[in-house]
Design a protein around this ligand. Sequence first.
Ligand code: FAD
Ligand code: UDP
Length: 390
Amino acid sequence: MFDYIIVGAGFSGSVIAERIANVLHKKVLIIEKRNHIGGNAFDRFNQEGLMIHQYGPHIFHTKLKYIWDYVSQFAEWHYYHHRVLASIDGQQVSIPFNLQALQDLLPSGLAQELEDKLVRQFGHGVKVPILKLRETEDRDLRWLAEFIYEKVFLHYTTKQWGMTPEELDPMVTGRVPVFISKDDRYFQDAYQGMPKLGYTAVFEGMLRHSNIKIMLNTDYKELLEVDSGTQSIRFMGRAFEGQLIYTGKIDELFNYEYGELPYRSLRFEFETLQQEKFQNTGTVNYPNEYDFTRITEFKHLTGQKHPYTAIVREYPQAYDRQRTGQDVPYYPIPKSENQERYSQYVQKAKQMSQLILLGRLAEYKYYDMDACIAKALKVFEDRIAGRQEN
Ligand code: FAD
Ligand code: UDP
């Protein structure tokens, strides 16, 4: 019936499905528990006709031309470079914290002195993770590091993760390093933009193929039995000999045998305002005020013209798979003890030659969209197309 079964219709699953159908000309079934494709990148028009991102704001950015070219087969781009401001001490300053933010928040003489020191020590145009800046020997720069740490990172991170920056892998705060520059863009990647017709249309383009069947509203457990004891897979009660590409949670796949992997979840509060514009940039962060971390106004991202505007506030919360409203695992929590537990599951998965784990949930990795696509393309070449040739 099917040569391949994929669990999950996000970027990871969809890229694999597209490649299998178009390159290998094989039949593939995607099983998706939500009522739509696109995973967390899904977007749609709301009641007032404004484009919103149902699972939080998504901006496409990559350093890799081949990834940009790959997605461009399915998307025309709206030119967009994301800019973020943070509300700090009553002002809105650039995030990542940069030389302009320094000028905006500190008296000009002091700001100039610190700027000179930063440039001397690290070089112009360099990005310095906050945890690294805090280790500097220079007393003045250490003072600056503590200032930025306290104003930008400590409270935002505690809200977002329920933990301090030190309790998490340094890569988390390293995603938004202090930038010794006046460039105020959130990303400096060579390729950035928003799909003109939205992400969902990109997914529709990827999955429009007679070899691809999609079952929505279906938990894979309704159709598949994955038995790690006998290392066998059954599909609708019959032995399945093809490959299973799994992009859901790895602990769920193995019945939580080694315990649950923790996640952080979010509650999104959407609002449509009867005004044309709400804020000056796509996103404004609130590190030190409110229970939400940030507000995003979608029109900045999408470029949509409309008399009204839609915004979303993100309220971080604990993840609880058994509690409706808290049951979406948005963020794996990068921390060594979680990685150890994850490794136990991976050992188990390795014994099943038919099984491929892919994506933010199955690999328990804080992937951006471009990284998911890159990984899916690589896995396709190495483990799916490669296996065909052998
Ligand atoms: P997902 O998109 O999570 O897809 C997995 C799919 O599997 C889901 O559709 C799920 O319903 C399905 N599934 C799970 N379990 C089962 C089951 N039991 N049965 C059937 N189906 C199942 N990346 C960027 O590059 N730029 C951004 O600006 C950006 N912003 C983000 C903002 C937020 C708030 C979040 C949470 C993420 C953001 N990301 C961003 C990351 C981006 O969402 C991910 O990199 C990408 O969507 C992951 O794709 P995926 O296919 O691995 O996982
Ligand atoms: N962060 C912060 N303050 C900010 C922005 C980011 O402390 O104003 C930290 C926080 O820990 C956050 C991490 O940097 O979770 C990564 O930020 P990013 O914007 O990449 O998060 P995402 O968009 O993935 O939620």
